[in-house]
Design a protein around this ligand. Sequence first.
Ligand code: HEM
Length: 308
Amino acid sequence: MFTPQSGILPAASSNGLFLLFRRRLGRRADAELKAFFATLPSKADELAAAHPEAQFCVVLGFGAEVWPEFYLGEKPELLRSFPRIPGAIHPAPSTSADVVLHLRAERYDLLHEFATMVVQASSHCLDVIETTHGFRYRDCRDLTGFVDGTENPQDEARAQVALVGSEDAAWAGGSYLHIQRYVHRMETWNKLPVKQQEAVIGRTKESNEELADDDKPLTAHISRVVIEENGEELEILRHSLPYGTPGGDQGLYFASYCKTPANFEKMLAKMIAPTSDGRVDHLLNFSRAVSGAAFFAPSREALARLAK
Ligand code: HEM
């Protein structure tokens, strides 16, 4: 039996805090850092138990480059760097991030407290390179005004989609995590009539219904990311949240969990490169990615092995 980290499967939270870390020049992950990370899930449990109403949960993940320093000689079968997609028209930058911390809760103060503790305890090896506070906007809408997350898998399908199973038994209960920070061009978007916004997304804005096939352009976001293979739709579990400051950068912090990195990679390729049918995602006329990284979030049991 393997236990996924606490932040992967639960339903969407009101607050998310995403921290990307890079290994300090010349430093390797030492025994102290590994021992600290091995106990991170139980530290998170303690905080969650002290404030049950906050539904605090956490995910820690490692990138492909730093992986060998944490787990000598063993690696999840499909762990690889963030994809570089041939023919891409819209760039999908790859950030050299080695470790990710994804915290979620109904209370932001607990996220701040926990993240501060992690940053201090790991500072001899890791530098923080990006910190983003995501928040729930209205009824789970992206800042474009469209509800985000509707077609996420529900109930037991969440684990089936997000968690590695017996196909890679040594890493069962773990999950491939991709993040991208998107900056929206809000002024341009807000000038676009709602009918045209709906054609860009592929759903209605107020009532959040999928457009009929005849009304849904092949360039709509939904048309790009819905991919059928052998009669089944590829799925990912998204935990994206809006972020930003008034007058500063604002957009969507995209985050997805899956039992394979391939689903995200195929969806992103259909969004940014015209190689499949000559089209790309028109949402990207209004938003661009400024960071991107790929990680594996090991099961709690695999994290505990770091202490040995
Ligand atoms: C600017 C960035 C993005 C925005 C604003 C955005 C917004 C949305 C919205 C509003 C929906 C419709 C509601 C829903 O089902 O959640 C949606 C669906 C979806 N998005 Fe995105 N998204 C973004 C980036 C991405 C990326 C990078 C991927 C994957 C590579 C992705 C994958 C999906 C998937 C799989 C669905 C569900 C499609 C369905 O089954 O109907 N999105 N997105």
